[in-house]
Design a protein around this ligand. Structure first.
Ligand code: PAF
Length: 282
């Protein structure tokens, strides 16, 4: 495995690889790998000649009072795991490699970024959209893989690729969960034992909502208030940021569950802001 931190060097290499007919996959990450990241690497490995994983804690997607400084990192451990999972190139730029001091070009998708996480993290998706576009331009991938835990992020990236004609196949992969049902996240390390013991109820609540929908309930107000009640009982120290039922593609908030609906939640549990989602109607 080769480690590259200079974007120009990576881009030159990738342009050369493409001209030789090599198929490139990219897994963009912020590091501190867990099974979710590793399963994306495994899925990517199967469909390419060259597997690139980017590891960059992108400062532009963190708001002022968020956890940029505290974000967990362990480059040594991540490098070993990447190598074990067949990564060819680990791209590890630092801030100055990725952003000029007077960086002023942003990619934004306001239609999809204004609700859910965009409400409480107003600059988040602008940062994500911009860095992912930069990663696409740098690594020139044929395929890029993302986890569905960040469903809104994935919808935004798919929209960018469509709207800007970027020649990359964006794939969303299923959420990888702990045995308890808790969605894997690098931020789970912030949880205390007590918080960790109640956190799986986030997913249990979503499953309960899906069962209600299967039994015929379609009123979003009722489904939401039942879930709020469930979380009040089972995750009492959790502070709900949002619970919304949206259309999975355009992220529009629904009043009634139609043919296709996704329930997305964000909860602050101690120091961890946890998100999860479930397709409640497909
Ligand atoms: O999902 C993430 O880890 C990040 O938002 C991403 C896509 C790597 C962009 O920084």
């Amino acid at each position: 495995m080769e480690t590259i931190s200079n974007p120009q060097e990576l881009q030159n290499l990738c342009l050369m690889l493409r001209s030789e007919g090599k198929k490139i996959s990219l897994v963009p990450t912020m590091g501190y790998f867990h099974e979710g990241h590793l399963s994306l690497m495994d899925a990517a490995r199967k469909q390419c000649d060259v597997l690139i994983v980017s590891l960059f804690v992108n400062p532009t997607q963190f708001g002022e009072n968020e956890d940029l400084e505290a974000y967990p990192h362990d480059l040594g451990r991540d490098s070993l795991l990447a190598e074990e999972h067949g990564v060819d190139i680990l791209f590890t730029p630092v801030r100055d490699d990725m952003y000029f001091d007077d960086h002023g070009t942003w990619v934004e998708v306001p239609d999809l970024a204004s609700n859910l996480c965009g409400q409480s993290r107003p600059i988040h998706f602008r940062g994500v959209a911009t860095v992912v576009t930069k990663l696409f331009m740098t690594a020139q991938p044929h395929v890029a893989l993302f986890g569905q835990k960040d469903w809104q992020q994935l919808a935004i990236i798919k929209r960018i690729v469509r709207d800007l004609n970027i020649p990359v196949d964006v794939q969303g992969h299923e959420i990888v969960r702990e045995e308890s049902g808790l969605a894997m996240s690098s931020r789970n390390v912030y949880l205390t034992e007590e918080e960790k013991s109640v956190a799986p109820n986030i997913q249990k609540g979503l499953q309960k909502m899906r069962a209600q929908v299967a039994a015929g309930e379609s009123d979003v107000a009722k489904l939401k208030s039942d879930l709020i009640e469930f979380y009040a009982e089972t995750v009492p120290m959790g502070k709900i940021d949002y619970i919304e039922i949206v259309h999975p593609d355009n992220i529009n908030i629904l009043k009634s569950v139609g043919d296709s609906a996704l329930c997305a939640v964000a909860l602050q549990l101690g120091n961890a802001r946890l998100i999860d989602n479930l397709l409640i109607k497909v």
